[in-house]
Write a protein that binds this ligand. Sequence first.
Ligand code: PLP
Length: 375
Amino acid sequence: MISIYADNAATTALDETAIEMMKPYLQNIYGNASQAYSFSREPKKALKEARATIAECIGCSPDEIYFTSGGTESDNWAIKGSAFADIEKRATITSQIEHHAILNSCKAIERLGYPVAYLYPTADGTVLPEELEKIITDQTRLVSVMFANNEIGTTQPLSALAKVAHSHGALFHTDAVQAVGHIPINVYDLGVDMLSASAHKFNGPKGVGFLYIKNGTKIAPLINGGAQEAGIRAGTENVASIVGMAVALRENHEHIQENIAHKKTLENALLTGLTNFGVSYVLNGGNDKLPGLCSLSFKDKDGEAILHRMDLMGISISTGSACDSVNTEISHVLKAIRLDENLAKGTIRISLGKNNTLDDVDTIVQSLRKILSPI
Ligand code: PLP
């Protein structure tokens, strides 16, 4: 059976160089990076280099990078750490279309009495700065809006949103889990105070990520314990994974424009192929979206059934969000963009990555044609 992986927004293949660079830290160089003896010198140096590499890729200083266990932890930390850092300003604003790592962190602080407001996006998934302007107050401590949506790919006007937040004395955080390593990012140009990332979305290992925290930002620790990560994120450092994350990010960063162009070519081939075969679809997410991430809605079809038929043909795709695959209801994102129910139910997500080929796309198109217009 053919095997095509087209769910790169869920996770990505581990970079070969990253695997090689991680190996010594899983085998011989196993010293605890926080110890004072010379056996810990190499892991310590590896952490320092990884921090510098990551900082360079997103345009910040190395001491503004804090290693975490992934996107979920980074998001939890940004929301809760910010809320708990200031007893005067207690309010948070986020959007309806955030990942559950943000939404459920917000629900958790709401249960503790911290007010949270949720911005509605436009029909293509954009969170408008003027909508933020309408509800932000001087009591707002944090605004958190994602960089790129994991279900429909929409990218947000972050600089404009951050400006509104700052003009009211609020901090701005972005969940950039789907964007880091895929679109060029400079945190200073964007004007964000915090940014979450996850290694496994950019060909790094699973279970590791980072939170960029701009120097001078007040944030309470989420994980209490030892003095690692400048004393605000405790836990013995996961050296091998951190090394793998930095190598994978550097690799993606060095080829970022080439990868974008490749994914755009694949996406065009997919959409043209479907059109040429007379398969009608709606592409969600508007014009400003992640290249290669295609949320396609087929009227009066069943997205879940399409996924399983594709799986039987050896092709891995997703319905709404991968992190949500047990939940077969219409996703919160498709509800928030007010997609008609007969389209929402027939929605699949094909996320093409740098390792996909035009042949893969051709097979995907042929398979969808068989499933959707079986004549
Ligand atoms: N934020 C977004 C936008 C995501 O897409 C994901 C994962 O799908 C996460 C956060 C969670 O990241 P992790 O899998 O590293 O916990």
